[in-house]
Design a protein around this ligand. Sequence first.
Ligand code: SF4
Length: 82
Amino acid sequence: MKARIDSNGLLLIYRFNHWKQQKCPYAFSSVHFGYCGDHCPQFGEPAPQDYPQYRLRVCNHLLEFDSIEDFRGNARAALGGL
Ligand code: SF4
């Protein structure tokens, strides 16, 4: 699986030929925007040193990806295989 953090810090996962924004199951208000991203204190940072498994902590779960693209700060950083 591939992951992307867009320029707004929102998490997308590539599923079945499409990038899909990931919704937060705990979103109860517009404060969360309804989506998972780095506006949340439970959203981790990509850990490129963990190659070949690129890991991202989301809530208390460690998600593993083949690659992670990070578009924050108007700079694109590709971690793994892109
Ligand atoms: S890290 Fe968890 S609680 Fe935070 S926005 Fe993502 S899914 Fe929701």
